[in-house]
Design a protein around this ligand. Structure first.
Ligand SMILES: [Zn+2]
Length: 972
């Protein structure tokens, strides 16, 4: 192993070890940022790829790598067959390598693992189908920090090595000092290291030429040979000729040598490219010809002991791994070091922290999660329809074709949005609109699949058309929040179909809006179902006479469809219908129409110090002047925040909610809630359920926020608890997949202590654990002991100088949903040092409910053909198994190509009570061949995550390992 000689380059040449340099030409193509994905494609990407075909053929020793499948597929659709043959040849020859190969290069902080995997399957399946390629190396150079979950996903998909770039500069320095910029990235829970993947961290600030040849950016700029007339460029290059070649080659050689001292072995990776590079034919010639002369010259200098050539990641990692193997033959314990954890938060320079984007444009972050849930439900229903139609001897190809076309478009729209300038909220306003329109179209397409499939399945194939079911929740416009339909029972009775997208039983409260309070609900056996009637409000203190909320408890089998019938009845015929009791506080006004059945208390202008809300499990106390529980809402005032960066002013928190809010309390037998409405910005509700027992264990919080009138502010919700997390540490989830310990550093500013929270954050002491589950991604922090805060929205006037060129002012109304769980340990916690935590079974189940809501469709045509429950799954899955996907694959012509089943067996902490759970953890054997009731699968194979490699045929049952994701390919 070499060490950097202190007096380099004056040391003796005899000491030098041979050095291999792999120059990797690349072009970073964002599917949307300053332009839309289509604009980039037409203006640049298309030319880059066309030039690539021509120039790689002209220069057979030149190479190129490509990562975004979304662009590659757009281009592919326009190619003549002979060009396609040519491209495949370039790949076979190793000149072109497809790296990562997801639909996009996803953001790693705000994305949920279900959709990250989905877009990876989409990309990998496309590549295999069209190019015959299985990506071996991951390339994720632009996301703003790196999650510990992604290396697991890349590895499970068959990739062996990965490259990352945007890591906090201080961390890079510390890794470099230990020659640990290349390491085996290990999952914190994987003691054997069976999921390790080799990770290469680029050492300098960025991935462009200025920062990749070596430590001196001014010298590196001499080796960017792109010169386009009238183009502004930082390049300081001179065309290489016989007169300058010695000097120029020496400069470059020295940079390579210096870079090599940061790494353990004698091979270095030198990326050659930048954003949208190689779009002009001439750049290919300029870079190639100059580098060819330089390489020849350097390789001829025997004393330099260097071998420089163009290559791909595959070429680089082949050499690096070979060196490691040789080295380990002599020193078995001294291979690549092993590291666990993640790389958040990210800072590039000047102590600026990229922690703002965790919460930028929350409307779109939430939208993508809704779309994810819809897509997942539609996927399951598509597969169930395919299998059932076949079983009923009905044609299943036509519907499969129709559904799969719609779902492919929807999937690709969601996949596109995971891009690291999309879900991050860091694109231009008009690009955001483009993403929103695509997501809205995708959302509608999933709804079309769901309503058609539900109708087919519920009617046993007897009513394929016309479509009579409509979604109970719809999106009126791409930039508006979803809206609940009001069921019109005055005119006719309604049938509502409830679909459970979870592979387990679920008992849950369903709430629908109707145009009458005289409602009777019956189940399929025509029994009356008890329901609670609650008010809606026409203004803060007036009950709306036209719209009522009906809530009732349902039990749904796994993947089951259950009908309920709603009728309007005469008052005298009401059975099992329970109007709620209404109380108002901080007001003297209370308007309630005389005819309604609600119980009321007179309004209280100056309530006692606290207002109580309770169920059998807990009492929640509200401050009567602010409406809050042990929580507060405030803003940070920006002094330099932008779409990416969080940089609040030193003055700390600023109050913006000034008036005493109107507080409404609604109490009923199914649930009770407090609604709090301020004059400006915010209304929120806190709900406690009385039944069923699982939902009854959480505090359900919903915020509706409108910060349009605020300028340069970041709006935060903070809980202050007496949880004694002594060292100030807490846990956040990483992409919904696992929990990691975070520790607040009191010597750092607030923005350096913010972390991403995709679906959960957790505080605990020896006895208790507080878990905040979230239906959408946010930034969060625990600034003081016992505190937990979540940033809800941001309005920022100024650009933060990271290339976007604008602030964030396209604010929309945003509703965010949370569930708080407070759990008591069975025994005192012994181990406090672990870097990670496991959720309780209660928290896993509650989170599954939150991420995959019950799907509700209704029809005004209430026919008996819909009146039977459809049960699909033969046996419910255990509590600790979460469904990642149950989606059918297609060929390019939308012919069924098997079903993808991806399951995640969660690790859980068994030191918490299991009250209210309807699932079991005892039997862990899964009989995947007999998964569905209707018919056994023809064959089941276990595969890698994206189904590119077979692992084994499954004959009987399988048992999944805790924490692990397993992937199966099923033929029916
Ligand atoms: Zn990018």
């Amino acid at each position: 192993m070499k060490t950097p000689p202190p007096d380099y380059p004056n040391n003796s040449e005899d000491d030098l070890e041979p050095l291999n340099v792999i120059i990797v030409p690349h072009s970073h193509n964002d599917p949307g940022w300053l332009k839309t994905v289509d604009e980039y494609y037409v203006d640049q990407t298309k030319h880059i790829l066309n030039n690539m075909v021509n120039k790689l053929s002209e220069y057979p020793n030149m190479t190129f790598i490509w990562s975004e499948t979304v662009f590659f597929s757009m281009w592919w659709n326009e190619l003549d067959d002979d060009v396609k043959v040519h491209v495949r040849r370039l790949i076979r020859r190793g000149q072109l390598e497809i790296v990562l190969g997801g639909w996009v290069m996803p953001d790693e902080a705000t994305t949920h693992y279900v959709s990250v995997i989905d877009q990876l399957i989409e990309g990998h399946q496309w590549l295999w189908e069209n190019l015959g390629v299985k990506p071996e190396n991951s390339w994720s150079i632009d996301p703003f920090g790196y999650s510990g979950t992604m290396p697991y996903i890349w590895k499970k998909a068959g990739m062996e090595n990965m490259v990352i770039q945007r890591v906090h500069q201080a961390i890079k320095g510390s890794l470099a000092s230990k020659q640990a910029l290349e390491f085996q990235w290990r999952q914190m829970w994987d003691s054997k290291g069976s999921n390790d993947i080799l990770c290469h961290v680029m050492p300098y600030m960025l991935y462009n030429i200025k920062f990749t040849c070596g430590p001196n950016r001014f010298i590196c700029l001499m080796f960017d040979f792109r010169k386009i007339e009238n183009e502004v460029s930082e390049s300081r290059s001179y065309t290489i000729n016989a007169n300058n070649i010695h000097q120029q080659a020496k400069y470059l050689y020295e940079q390579y040598r210096r870079k090599s001292y940061l790494y353990k072995y004698n091979t270095i990776l030198v990326p050659l490219g930048d954003d949208f590079r190689f779009d002009r034919e001439i750049e290919w010639d300029q870079q190639y010809k100059n580098y060819e002369m330089l390489m020849d010259y350097m390789n001829d200098q025997r004393k330099w002991k260097i071998n420089v050539k163009f290559g791909t990641l595959k070429d680089y990692f082949k050499l690096a791994n070979e060196e490691n193997r040789h080295h380990m033959e002599r020193y078995p314990e001294n291979g690549f070091p092993t590291l666990s954890g993640d790389f958040f938060p990210y800072s590039d320079k000047d102590s600026a922290y990229w922690t703002g984007y965790f919460s930028t444009r929350p409307f779109d972050k939430k939208f993508s999660r809704d779309l994810q849930a819809n897509l997942q439900a539609a996927d399951i229903l598509n597969t169930l329809t395919y299998v059932n139609l076949k079983n009923w001897n009905l044609d299943n190809k036509g519907k499969f074709f129709q559904f799969s076309t719609l779902l492919q478009q929807a999937r690709r729209a969601l996949g596109l949005f995971l891009h690291h300038d999309a879900i991050t909220g860091t694109a231009k306003d008009f690009v955001v609109v483009d993403y929103e329109r695509q997501m809205a179209e995708a959302y509608n397409k999933t709804q079309l699949v769901i309503r058609t499939a539900l109708q087919i399945l519920a009617s046993k194939g007897n009513l394929m058309s016309p479509l009579v079911f409509k979604p109970e929740t719809f999106r009126p416009k791409y930039n508006k929040e979803p809206v609940k339909q009001i069921l019109n029972l005055q005119k006719s009775s309604n049938c509502i179909l409830l679909f459970n997208p979870l592979p387990k039983y679920r008992q849950e409260v369903v709430r629908v809006l109707t145009d009458t309070e005289f409602v009777q609900i019956r189940n399929e056996k025509y029994e009356y179902v008890p329901c609670q009637i609650s008010p809606t409000w026409s203004d803060k203190t007036s009950v709306d006479l036209k719209v009522f909320e009906i809530s009732f408890v349902v039990t749904l089998p796994p993947f089951g469809i259950v009908p309920y019938m709603l009728h309007k009845v005469q008052e005298i015929d009401l059975h099992n219908v329970f109007p709620s009791r209404i109380s108002l506080f901080n007001t003297e006004e209370f308007e309630i129409p005389k005819k309604t059945k609600f119980y009321t208390n007179p309004p209280v202008l100056n309530p006692e110090s606290q207002i109580e809300l309770e169920n059998d499990n807990m009492v929640v106390l509200f401050n009567s002047k602010t409406g809050t529980i042990e929580s507060e809402y405030f803003t940070y005032r920006s002094q330099g925040s932008g779409a990416y960066i969080f940089y609040p002013s030193n003055s700390g928190e600023v109050k913006v909610l000034f008036n005493i809010p109107i507080i409404r309390k609604i109490v009923g037998p199914i649930y009770s809630k407090i609604e709090v409405e301020f004059d400006h910005y915010l209304k929120f509700s806190v709900t406690l359920y009385h039944v069923p027992s699982l939902q009854a264990q959480g505090i359900h919080i919903e915020n509706t926020l409108d910060i349009r009138p605020l300028t340069d502010r970041e709006f935060v919700m903070r809980f202050k608890t007496n949880i004694d997390n002594k060292d100030g540490s807490y846990f956040t989830d990483q992409n919904g997949f696992q929990l990691i310990r975070r520790k607040t550093n009191p010597n750092q500013r607030i923005e350096a202590n913010y972390y991403p929270m995709t679906s959960a954050a957790m505080l605990e002491d020896d006895e208790r654990r507080l878990t905040l589950l979230s239906a959408q991604s946010h930034g969060c922090a625990g600034i003081e002991k016992g505190w937990l805060e979540v940033m809800l929205d941001r309005q920022l006037i100024y650009d933060d100088n990271r290339g976007l060129g604008q602030g964030v002012r396209d604010i929309k109304i945003i509703t965010s949903s949370f569930i708080l769980l407070l759990e008591k340990r069975n025994t005192l916690k012994a181990n406090r040092h672990s870097d990670y935590a496991l959720p309780s079974l209660l928290s896993i189940s509650t989170n599954d409910f939150l991420q995959q809501p019950i799907v509700k469709y209704y029809s005004t045509i209430d026919s008996t053909i819909f009146h039977t429950t459809v049960t699909s799954l033969a046996v419910p899955m255990p509590c600790d198994i979460s469904l990642v996907t149950f989606r059918s694959l297609t060929t390019a012509n939308f012919i069924h190509n098997g079903t993808s089943l991806v399951l995640h067996r969660r690790g859980y902490d068994c030191d918490f009570p299991k009250d209210g759970l309807q699932c079991s953890v005892n039997d862990q054997k899964l009989f995947i061949r007999n998964l569905l009731k209707v018919s056994p699968a023809h064959s089941v194979r276990e595969t890698t995550l994206t189904h590119l490699y077979d692992k084994k045929k499954i004959q009987a049952s399988v048992e999944l390992k805790p924490m692990e994701i397993s992937s199966f390919h099923i033929n029916w």
